[in-house]
Ligand binder design. Sequence first.
Ligand code: 3NM
Length: 227
Amino acid sequence: MSTRAWQDDAIREALRLYFIMGSNNCLPGVDPVQVLSEAIRGGVSLFQFREKGSGALVGDARVELAWRLRELCREHRIPFIVNDDVELALEVDADGVHVGQEDEAASTVRRLIGDAKLLGVSAYDEREAETAIRCGADYLGIGPLFSTRTKEDAKDASGLDVLTQMRELGMRIPIVGIGGITDGNAAEVIRAGADGISLISAISLAQDPFAASNRLRQVVDAAFAGM
Ligand code: 3NM
């Protein structure tokens, strides 16, 4: 029997509007703490700290930002996930870790974080998804579904068929779509079989992160209500 602390239904609920951000994803001069605060107010249901790529903070500044965002999530009872850094996740007592295919192996991360924390794994296709499930993933991030300019080494967009096929194959694991998701395509992602949408720029680069996340949340909730 699984001893995992997180049940699938709670994970699905948390995945609805999954916001990912690092300081380098924000508009120049904008404070990431302010962006996350507005985004939570607008309806974000989970946050992933991804301080990665050109211009990312390093060392103490990175850890300090992680603490501030972690505290904000705790205050609002939003799960806080760290991208690809088990040590940081344990230091700030994050709710989980998310790894991609090029990061530390999912099975290793599961061993290091134990069963009390969430493990998210990125996958591009059914084969990667099956491997991630075997390695102990609690949920999958499937993408890029649409083209994205935010991830420097992103693969070509897969389109939505990959989600439909995973569900047809009987994969019941909680899934969040990623890559190029906006309020214009979010509903299709849900209808194709995802439990939620994860995104960076649609909120982090918005002039009004509250309005952007509020609109995205409404689109997702309406898509579920119509199914
Ligand atoms: N991972 P935006 S795509 C962080 O396909 C990330 O695994 C991806 O940013 C993957 O919402 C991506 O701005 C970037 O397109 C998502």
